[in-house]
Design a protein around this ligand. Sequence first.
Ligand SMILES: CC(C)(COP(=O)(O)OP(=O)(O)OC[C@H]1O[C@@H](n2cnc3c(N)ncnc32)[C@H](O)[C@@H]1OP(=O)(O)O)[C@@H](O)C(=O)NCCC(=O)NCCS
Length: 169
Amino acid sequence: MHVLETERLIVRQLRIEDAEFILELLNEPGFIQNIGDRGVRTVADAEQYILNGPVASYQQNGFGLWMVALKESGEPIGMGGLIKRDILEDVDIGYAFLHRFWGKGYAYEAALAVLHYGRDVIGLKRIVAITAPENPGSIRVLEKIGLRFVKMINLPGYDEESRFFEVDF
Ligand SMILES: CC(C)(COP(=O)(O)OP(=O)(O)OC[C@H]1O[C@@H](n2cnc3c(N)ncnc32)[C@H](O)[C@@H]1OP(=O)(O)O)[C@@H](O)C(=O)NCCC(=O)NCCS
């Protein structure tokens, strides 16, 4: 299901058929280092991840992590979206792209559109974000779309402290 589009990108809901792409994305070193190891090792694991994570969130919240694809070719390049976690009071923005598509402005373009969607379509008054302490790429994307660093926080289930960002509308 279509969510939004930007100049170069299409953002749509993830579905079970995206399992091969999710398997690749979740096992890239950049994903494991900066987000975590989700233990997804097979296409079947990836199908379960899609159903229990993003798809469950669409049903529960009306939003979640979505697929980001190139408008021109339809090729999937990453995921991005909005997440409601039990451990955070506010909805947070998240994204991850395949390494071969880094450095082209895609994360910024997708994240800005997702932020506006959260504000204008969902009606959120505040969006937050968390990153690993040393993730300069993600920190730069957040600052470029208007979030500000607030503090370091300790979150349950994370070994190290996280950087906490926010923006109020
Ligand atoms: C973080 C990530 C999404 C950035 O994606 P990207 O498509 O390369 O980002 P963009 O091309 O849109 O770049 C946006 C800005 O960040 C800067 N940037 C990107 N990577 C950077 C890095 N490693 N160090 C410093 N700046 C960086 C870009 O230069 C650009 O800033 P500019 O416009 O001032 O030049 C990507 O590296 C990724 O998927 N990482 C793994 C998953 C992850 O860490 N997700 C975030 C979890 S909180």
